[in-house]
Design a protein around this ligand. Structure first.
Ligand SMILES: [Zn+2]
Ligand SMILES: [Zn+2]
Length: 124
């Protein structure tokens, strides 16, 4: 494996792993095009069916649930105002429509984080 490439502008495509010159994104043009096409599909499906669940989206758009999750997590669906997908909270599995976590878990996580910050061991 030639990981030490000379041009440090070379990266592996996030999706297919092909080595390419780093442009503004981390996927190769081929995968980028595929992702864009999928995104458009998902977008129009969501517009026509607000509030559907992630598995439904995946089924109807011919992609995996992870693909749909990818768009949710990256905030792309939020940005175009289509965040209303019924999906499970990552932590407690309750049904939510926005973000990746329910309000309760968000609060819990925040508390955990602040107690971590105050932990005596946390010195650099
Ligand atoms: Zn690729
Ligand atoms: Zn939760």
């Amino acid at each position: 494996m030639a990981e030490q490439q000379d041009g440090n502008n070379l990266i592996a495509c996030r999706i297919c792993g092909q080595i390419m010159v780093k442009i503004s994104r981390d996927v190769c043009p081929k995968c980028f095009k595929k992702e864009e096409e999928l995104f458009i599909k998902i977008k129009s499906f969501l517009k026509a069916n607000p509030g559907v669940s992630v598995p439904q989206v995946a089924q109807n758009c011919g992609c995996s649930e992870e693909d749909v999750w990818g768009f949710i997590k990256s905030g792309r669906l939020d940005r175009i105002g289509l965040s209303k997908i019924a999906h499970h909270c990552e932590l407690c599995n309750s049904i939510i429509y926005e973000g990746v976590m329910c309000d309760d878990c968000q609060k819990k996580l925040k508390n955990q984080l602040s107690s971590l910050k105050n932990a005596p061991y946390n010195r650099r």
